[in-house]
Design a protein around this ligand. Sequence first.
Ligand SMILES: CC(C)(COP(=O)(O)OP(=O)(O)OC[C@H]1O[C@@H](n2cnc3c(N)ncnc32)[C@H](O)[C@@H]1OP(=O)(O)O)[C@@H](O)C(=O)NCCC(=O)NCCS
Length: 125
Amino acid sequence: MLKVPVIIRHPRPDESLTPLWPSLEKYGWNLDGIWVAEHEGAIVGGVIVWDAGHDIVRVDNLHVIEDYRTRGVAYVLLDAVVKTLHDKGRRVILSTTQDIRMAYWAQKKGAAVGVAAHLIWWEIA
Ligand SMILES: CC(C)(COP(=O)(O)OP(=O)(O)OC[C@H]1O[C@@H](n2cnc3c(N)ncnc32)[C@H](O)[C@@H]1OP(=O)(O)O)[C@@H](O)C(=O)NCCC(=O)NCCS
């Protein structure tokens, strides 16, 4: 299904993630927990994996740059993440989305889909 050949990898420290997640740019990140899709040297998509060593892993903030959407980039990104988590013995992926199409897509792929509660965003003073 992939129509854009992308390389899936972790970002390098010198690469900006702001085009993917402008609201998160002020924070420091563990790049081992971030996966990006690269096309011809540019980052065109990314996802954040919150793996604390439990059976359940949060996978969130999936984002593909607008010009690259509907060409299979998100699918390839998620596929790489799922394979990696499977190899590590993780058992459940927990995720949220505000996009109903994403929820339907996940359901089609076998995910259980429920209504999310409120998101609590709490800066530690
Ligand atoms: C949702 C998003 C990541 C999909 O990326 P994409 O690269 O266009 O998706 P793909 O081309 O890999 O398509 C994968 C599947 O997702 C479906 N899909 C889910 N949500 C979609 C959306 N918002 N727009 C288009 N396709 C979507 C596609 O139909 C496709 O299904 P198929 O495999 O049955 O054909 C992208 O639209 C995006 O970045 N949206 C804004 C951020 C967002 O809503 N993130 C989601 C949750 S955190």
